[in-house]
Design a protein around this ligand. Structure first.
Ligand code: ADP
Length: 126
């Protein structure tokens, strides 16, 4: 499959990317490492995002409820940050937005994806 790099303005909400077998949108792995690319913004299936710290953090239910109302009315206005390491996506923040999407039953979430190494991942898990 031809690869391509996506750069999408924040207010462009109705975009989706076809996922490969590991859920990696084409082109996401092309930034960083001196390649001149920065983060890319893509829709990623909810079930492709690992959240290793989920059990250690608790969300404010009121915030989640407010976000659910707002997201269902105007959509997600600020993507969550996601780290991509070897084609696997890890989310460490955006917890309320993520839960709001889960509760709304949305299949995908808009993410700002940065590529990292295993060392970056270890740093996040410390
Ligand atoms: P989170 O754990 O998701 O970061 P916060 O309550 O700390 O939750 O922040 C909510 C974030 O969600 C804010 O940065 C806000 O700008 C963003 N956001 C994105 N889309 C919406 C929306 N539709 N309505 C309200 N806030 C939104």
């Amino acid at each position: 499959m031809a690869s391509f790099l996506l750069r999408i303005p924040n207010n462009f909400r109705n975009f989706s990317v076809s996922a490969s077998s590991n859920g990696a949108p084409s082109g996401v792995g092309q930034q960083g490492g001196g390649g001149g690319g920065g983060p890319v913004i893509v829709e990623i299936p909810m079930d492709k995002i690992r959240r290793p710290l989920l059990r250690t953090r608790s969300n404010d239910p009121e915030k989640v409820k407010d976000l659910m109302d707002s997201i269902s009315q105007i959509g997600l206005q600020v993507p969550i940050d996601v780290l991509e390491v070897d084609g696997v996506y890890y989310g460490f923040s955006g917890c309320h937005r993520f839960e709001a999407h889960q509760r709304l039953g949305l299949p995908t979430i808009r993410c700002k994806v940065r590529r990292g190494t295993k060392e970056t991942l270890r740093h996040h898990l410390r």
